[in-house]
Design a protein around this ligand. Structure first.
Ligand code: UD1
Ligand code: UDP
Length: 366
């Protein structure tokens, strides 16, 4: 039996870990322990996804909760170390680029346990992003690096990573999307919100550079004020964004837009139904850039850079500068083309990435 501890902690981790847990089970020959760090803990940021995506109940929840970067990272490390000592795994597997990823990765390698990183090699080349630091550090200590797109392979090679560690396998987040797209069609969310197919845009925002800063958030809101005059906007608001602006001027501006539907974060199936049927997505999420590429829905990413360039080069994603004028210019252009865009499906984004990952782990010899 190969013993693997699998880590999840924040919302985007759950979509990534779901197909990996299934693939371990299907393959056989593995003993897994699922650890939830507790980085995200609200029901609609965590538990809901376990139910919808049939992820096994975590064997252990470290319940770290929120905190500064140092406090959160350190707390995860302190609470995770005894778990590793007790389970004695051959591998620790981490996904993505959140604080839980680097915290558990560091604990593993310092105890001499091999580290697997799923979604390795992505680079925004913007070190002011906390995720970029997490990505660089996790890849530099990882033993098996599973990559979603060619740019990731190129980045790792340029950084001097031995090519034997790098495996281009595709995208586990897309495994989850393809496995759930039909189920999501049955969601009642459009009816519940009075929305027509292609008659609305979906918004998500949670990057500190957009939502912790009044100037940037103000520029974005001014664009939304204009757009909602002609297109309904649906905004499931991330807790970081809600907590920042609730009861303040910018929060009041957001709440007073007549054609803005503000929601708490929604579950995966409702969200997939919303995005699949939208005219347009406005976001700063990493994962949503990838999902819209598969759905063929236009995505305006409100960021100066992306660590997922294939979504722009081959997919339906465009980067937009953080000014009201640039957001509106991109919106107008898409409106002129009736929100019809075309793109390709990136290589290996075919629903089988997790199976490839598990086979490679099984065959690996150290
Ligand atoms: C984290 C990740 C980010 C990822 C995002 C996905 C890091 C550094 N950031 O950002 O890469 O894109 O998750 O959603 O790991 N909060 C709640 N309830 C929750 C969780 C958070 O109210 O269940 C609030 C708290 O006020 C908390 C704030 O949101 O302080 C931020 O949470 P945190 O996990 O630190 O970062 P995110 O912005 O969620
Ligand atoms: N998502 C969701 N409900 C929402 C918003 C997003 O289920 O209200 C899903 C989305 O489909 C994608 C994932 O959450 O699968 C992306 O997570 P997030 O944007 O929080 O993180 P990032 O990808 O930016 O790290």
């Amino acid at each position: 039996m190969i013993r693997v501890i699998c880590i999840c902690g924040a919302r985007p981790n759950f979509m990534k870990i779901a197909p990996i847990m299934k693939a371990f089970q299907k393959h056989g020959g593995f003993e897994t322990l699922l650890v939830h760090t507790g980085q995200h803990y609200d029901e609609n940021m965590s538990k809901l996804f376990f139910e919808e995506l049939n992820i096994p109940r975590p064997d252990i929840n470290l319940e770290v909760g929120s905190g500064s970067h140092a406090v959160q990272t350190a707390e995860i490390m302190k609470r995770f170390e005894p778990v590793v000592l007790d389970f004695k795994p051959h591998y620790v597997l981490v996904v993505g680029d959140v604080n839980s990823t680097i915290a558990c990765g560091l604990v593993a390698v310092k105890l001499g346990v091999k580290l697997i990183h799923v979604e390795a090699g992505l680079r925004s080349f913007d070190r002011s992003m906390p995720e970029e630091i997490n990505r660089l550090l996790t890849d530099s200590i990882g033993d098996l690096l599973f990559v979603t797109e060619q740019s990731g392979v190129d980045n790792l090679k340029r950084e001097g990573v031995h090519s034997g560690k790098i495996h281009f396998v595709g995208n586990v987040m897309i495994d989850t999307l393809l496995a759930n797209r039909q189920k999501a069609e049955k969601s009642h969310i459009l009816k519940k919100l009075g929305l027509e197919q292609r008659g609305y845009a979906v918004i998500t925002l949670h990057r500190p550079s957009n939502v912790d800063n009044a100037r940037a958030f103000g520029q974005i809101l001014s664009a939304f004020e204009e757009i909602q005059k002609e297109l309904k906007l649906v905004f499931p608001i991330h807790p970081r964004t809600r907590n920042n602006w609730k009861g303040k001027d910018l929060g009041n501006r957001l709440e007073s837009m007549p054609n803005m539907i503000l929601l708490e974060p929604v579950g995966y199936l409702d969200f997939l139904c919303l995005t699949d049927n939208a005219a347009l997505i406005l976001t700063d999420s990493g994962g949503i850039q990838e999902e819209t590429t598969i759905l063929g829905v236009p995505c305006l990413t409100l960021r100066e850079n992306t660590e997922r360039p294939v979504t722009v080069i081959e997919g339906t994603n465009q980067l937009v500068k953080l000014t009201t004028d640039d957001i509106l210019a991109h919106y107008q252009k898409l409106k002129t083309s009736r929100f019809i865009v075309s793109g390709n499906i990136p290589r290996f984004w075919d629903g089988n990435a997790a199976d490839r990952i598990v086979q490679i782990i099984h065959d690996a010899r150290f």
